[in-house]
Design a binder for this molecule. Structure first.
Ligand code: ZN
Length: 506
């Protein structure tokens, strides 16, 4: 069962429930190794994770029938939601495993998994023919599994394969949505690209899959555990993640932050207040026995991931996920590329961005990229389509006023009033007060490209007004508000518009 509680961009907060367990998404599932788990599950739970993922094939190898008798929750000592992967990853690593799909599906049902995965065939980073084969094998397995899983009460995940062959990803998603027994989809095998920081490839895979998948169903991204990719993946509509990165990084002495990953030797100060970092200093970390260091670093890494997830959720609540992406994009060159990639998906994201939200916070804009925020681009698009009134009502008179922090946006009977403001563009008075025309915050210093953008907006609107018969067009400006004075002079020089200075407004 999946219930969406709140939405922003294509991201959502949801409730996922299965076999008596419930989690709120977006959620991160730490990978638990049933054979060698260095961080106790109790500590994982204390770090804020009510959900884990483990491997059913390895559980079978390690515990066999005992896991059926006692149940996976008891045998692992974890009372939250447990997702089990089928062993497909082992296929990727070792070529094959010695159980059939039927056996591993029955086993997942019998041990009490909350979320199960079919035995798919991960694509990895391979050529087209091999990728096509992995897609076909996975689709065949999905079909074959339907008889075995229909009527069972856990959520089944159908992984979408295709890797960097994006047309195959689309094909895989289009075929997959016709199977009826799956409550969830997975984006398969992005790990090879994530390891090489090829976030753009991963985001493209998500976008190509999500385009075709039914929006009401949750989507899992396999193997994504780097803090910088999470906000972008959520913005495209990913609901759950899993990764072993927290422990793999820790073994390697790597310390996660929201800004990127550091080697612990390179840190003199710890930029974190989690229970681990509150207790130990960077130099104490370096002097620790290796096992203890690994365990504590893993725990810190989990706290960091949890913090990132909570930040994402709060941004969705406030309707400020776009602003979060803008902020994250400044943290690391790879995050910046991810953001550039997201700009390409504006139409897709715009489709999901809600028009009305429970909590409406003012928008925050920073620079030219803010214009792609769907809440702004949608409003600007609306403006372009708004026909001016017949000029005869106003005897052909139209006036442009700067919308400043002290301006009341209002209509007049004597002239057609149009407001202008950086980032938003122009606001004809009939649209005064329409979100977000007056509920947004921008820096006092307005960059030149934004002024140029505003001037071009006004120019087009003046041309439109002139073509419909407006003859007396004026631009008002405020001398001590620099952007308005620059706009007025630009338009006087370019279009011969009459400009009028207003009293200082502050
Ligand atoms: Zn910490």
């Amino acid at each position: 069962m999946f219930e969406v509680k709140d939405v922003d961009l294509a991201g959502r907060i949801g409730i996922l429930s299965s076999r008596g367990k419930r989690i709120e998404t977006p959620a991160f599932m730490p990978v638990v190794d049933p054979i060698r788990q260095e961080l106790p599950l109790e500590q994982i739970r204390n770090a804020g994770f009510d959900q884990i993922i483990t491997n059913a094939y390895l559980i079978l190898k390690r515990f066999g029938e005992r896991a059926v008798e006692e149940g996976i929750h008891r045998i692992l000592g974890f009372n939250g939601m447990i997702m089990t992967d089928s062993g497909a990853y082992q296929v990727l690593e070792y070529g094959s495993i010695d159980v059939s799909q039927e056996e591993i599906l029955h086993y997942q049902i019998a041990i009490g998994s909350n979320i199960g995965v079919i035995l798919d065939h991960p694509t990895g980073d391979v050529g087209l023919e091999e990728a096509r084969r992995s897609v076909e094998i996975t689709l065949n397995r999905a079909k074959e599994a339907e008889d075995l899983i229909s009527g069972t009460n856990l959520i089944w995940v159908l992984p979408i394969q295709g890797g960097r062959h994006f047309d195959l990803v689309e094909y895989s998603a289009m075929k997959s949505k016709h199977f009826k027994s799956y409550g969830m989809y997975g984006i398969g095998s992005p790990t090879v690209f994530l390891e090489r920081y090829m976030y753009d490839v991963v985001l493209e895979i998500i976008y190509r899959a999500k385009k075709h998948l039914p929006p009401g169903k949750p989507v899992h991204l396999f193997g994504a555990g780097h803090p910088l990719i999470l906000p972008f993946a959520v913005a495209l509509g990913v609901d759950t993640f899993d990764s072993a990165s927290y422990i793999l990084y820790a073994r390697d002495g790597r310390y996660m932050t929201e800004y990127g990953v550091y080697r612990i030797e390179d840190l003199e100060y710890l930029p974190c207040n989690c229970p681990v970092c509150s207790r130990y200093s960077a130099s104490e970390f370096r002097d620790m026995p290796r096992e203890e260091r690994t365990r504590l670093l893993a725990l810190h890494n989990l706290y960091t991931i949890n913090r990132v997830i909570r930040r994402i959720k709060q941004s969705i609540r406030e309707g400020r996920l776009w602003e979060l992406l803008e902020e994250v994009s400044k943290r690391h060159p790879q995050a910046y590329s991810s953001f550039q990639k997201i700009l390409n998906y504006n139409d897709y994201i715009e489709r999901f961005t809600p028009r009305v939200k429970g909590i409406v916070k003012g928008l925050r804009v920073y620079n030219i990229e803010s214009l792609y925020n769907p809440k702004i681009s949608r409003f600007r698009f609306k403006l372009l389509r708004l026909k001016p009134p017949p000029p005869s009502i106003y005897e052909g008179k139209a006036s442009f006023y700067p919308l400043t922090r002290n301006t009341e946006c209002s209509r007049s009977d004597r002239e057609f009033t149009v407001y202008y403001v950086p980032y938003i563009g122009i606001i004809p008075s009939p649209l005064c007060g329409v979100y977000p025309s007056t509920q947004f915050d921008y820096p006092h210093t307005v960059p030149s490209n934004i002024i140029e953008d505003l001037a071009s907006n006004i120019r087009s609107y003046i041309s439109l007004l002139r073509s419909t018969g407006f003859t007396d067009i004026n631009i008002y400006y405020v001398e001590n508000i620099e952007w308005s004075a620059r706009i007025a002079r630009l338009l006087r020089d370019q279009m011969g518009i009459n400009i009028i200075s207003l009293k200082v407004l502050g």
